[in-house]
Write a protein of this length. Structure first.
Length: 554
């Protein structure tokens, strides 16, 4: 809703209604409700186009019985929703930074931010900006250098108040003013070591500074952490120690004493206790949860299964890989698990065998009857035999999430999977590919990324529950590769394809091109063929997006 009407996004445009629900105009861009923001007397609408490489911001108002476009601004892609503050507008992108506009669409400033902007607020004639994983709130004013408002951790919310600016961080509220100097403060003291990786609260962190009330730290993935000066800690496992523990797990030598669990009934408290123990004291416990579950009582098995992920993640940090890759290797009784064809940028999670009768699904739906009018799974006729599971992480602020899962038959590594075959619903935050004979999931068992009952494989989804696109490619007349796409705008690009070593071909309408070919176009530059149609046309991905070109049919 905006001043005199309502803006409703459709598939091809945004429809503007007046207060009597009469159509008064259309914004000729495909938009979403997230990109529609009321501002003054109208509505701001941001739309991404050209395969997410460009955006446009438009400001529309209603005048009488019609909608009028006041101004538009061309922008880069990957823009967040507009964030008005007072009579100005902030537009953020983790690609191109933060830009500030006035009410007439004139640009006032461009600030260098490389992560998602969480909040903005007017302050002191300018703008305060909180950036994800940054303990410093940025403060910009016209004609002045960019300043920072320091916090112990990331500021959660910013709010303009009559006295100035309120910021919140954990359980602390800060009031910032321009007319009065704040109280003097001294950094907290703590026995925790600085500037070396340690383990706090089950995760690796490096403490970089002491703040007003807490320590400031950063995780290996660059995330900001606020740490109590009295927090329990221990040294990070060394590479040599991690290698010895992997040898014990692969050799199935874990018959040593188990750590005594506390009497706490809250799962988090027991996990925290286990995570603070050196890995050498918990390796026997986690080995038995994997391969000798009958030797553990039900309570111990439950708690250890939930905490096992942090154990393997720390092993991975010490050995320079991911925890899920090490877990897959241990399950296969190998110190290092290698796929038949390594794929750059993808973690290899192991193999499973199928009859060819496959289901792409959330594992919680295995063996459950589906509503035919609203199916949440996909049935696929694939090749029989050995399949391989891979997962690719995201980039930027999504680097700790999965962007895509790929499942490839032995004969499918050269297959290009860009045919959209449907979508699946996810309720457990995980998804995968499973054979028809795969047993029903035990709801009491913790799901981990990797192979599942040797008849399937599962990965964590990008943003948890929701609907995700599924794409496939065929060999020998049946599906040989399946992609579940979680994050990103490059849905049609199969990044799991091996890089072509062939020389780029000059583009000509009389030249025949095949999937994966690289071509040079005099106008659009170098591109890769991502689809070959039977109509004498090919889709080619160039730097500025996908374009359809003519080529020879024979």
């Amino acid at each position: 809703a905006f001043a005199n009407g309502i803006a409703v996004p459709g598939r091809d445009d945004v429809v503007l209604f007046d207060s009597a629900a009469r159509v008064i105009g259309r914004i000729p861009y495909a938009g979403s409700s997230d990109g529609l923001v009321p501002f003054q007397d109208g509505v701001l609408a941001i739309t991404t186009y050209d395969d997410a490489t460009a955006s446009v911001l438009a400001y529309w108002v209603s005048e009488g019985d019609e909608a009028i476009e006041r101004w538009t601004v061309e922008l880069a892609g990957h823009m967040q929703a507009p964030m008005p503050f007072g009579d100005r507008i902030a537009l953020a992108s983790y690609v191109s930074g933060l830009r500030i506009f006035d009410a007439a669409g004139g640009e006032l400033a461009a600030l260098p931010t490389t992560k998602i902007v969480d909040d903005v607020a007017a302050f002191g004639g300018g703008i305060a900006v909180s950036v994800r994983d940054n303990p410093q709130v940025l403060w910009w004013r016209p004609g002045e250098a960019l300043a920072t408002l320091d916090h112990d951790g990331s500021a959660d919310k910013l709010r303009t108040v009559p006295a100035g600016l309120i910021t919140s961080e954990s359980n602390v509220l800060f009031l910032w003013r321009t007319d009065e100097q704040g109280p003097e403060w001294t950094p907290v003291t703590s026995p925790l070591p600085m500037n070396v990786p340690i383990v706090v609260g089950g995760g690796a962190v490096t403490i970089t500074a002491a703040g007003r009330f807490a320590l400031r730290g950063v995780t290996p993935k660059g995330q900001s952490r606020r740490i109590s000066p009295e927090a329990a800690w221990r040294p990070l496992t060394t590479r040599d120690e991690a290698a010895r523990l992997m040898e014990r797990l692969v050799g199935r030598t874990f018959d040593g004493p188990l750590p005594a669990l506390s009497d706490a009934v809250i799962l988090y408290e027991v996990e925290a206790q286990l995570s603070q123990l050196p890995l050498a004291e918990t390796v026997d416990l986690y080995g038995r949860t994997l391969f000798a579950q009958s030797t553990l009582d039900e309570r111990t098995l439950q708690y250890a299964s939930h905490a096992r992920g942090s154990f393997f993640e720390e092993l991975g940090q010490a050995l320079g890989t991911s925890g899920r890759v090490l877990l897959a290797a241990v399950k296969s009784r190998k110190l290092k698990l290698e796929p038949p064809r390594p794929i750059a940028g993808y973690d290899y999670l192991g193999t499973f065998t199928t009859s060819g009768d496959l289901t792409v699904s959330d594992p919680c739906y295995i063996g459950k009857k589906q509503n035919p009018s609203f199916p949440l799974t996909l049935k696929v006729q694939g090749l029989e035999g050995v399949w391989h599971a891979f997962a690719r992480g995201g980039a930027g602020d999504d680097r700790d999430r999965n962007a895509e899962a790929v499942f490839i038959h032995d004969d499918g590594f050269e297959v290009y999977a860009n045919e959209l075959i449907g979508s699946i619903g996810v309720d457990s935050g995980t998804a995968g590919v499973f054979d028809k004979k795969c047993p029903k999931r035990d709801d009491n068992v913790v799901l981990e990324e990797g192979t599942f009952a040797a008849l399937g494989a599962v990965v964590s989804t990008g943003y948890g529950d929701g609907f995700y696109a599924v794409l496939a490619g065929k060999a020998k007349g049946k599906v040989a590769k399946i992609r579940i796409h979680f994050i990103g705008d490059d849905l049609e690009t199969d990044r799991s394809m091996p890089k072509s070593t062939a020389q780029a071909k000059p583009y000509s309408a009389s030249q025949k091109f095949a999937m994966g070919d690289t071509l040079d176009h005099v106008k659009f530059g170098r591109g890769s063929v991502v689809r070959v149609g039977g109509d004498g046309k090919v889709d080619v991905r160039f730097a500025d997006g996908i374009r359809t070109l003519v080529h020879a049919k024979k």
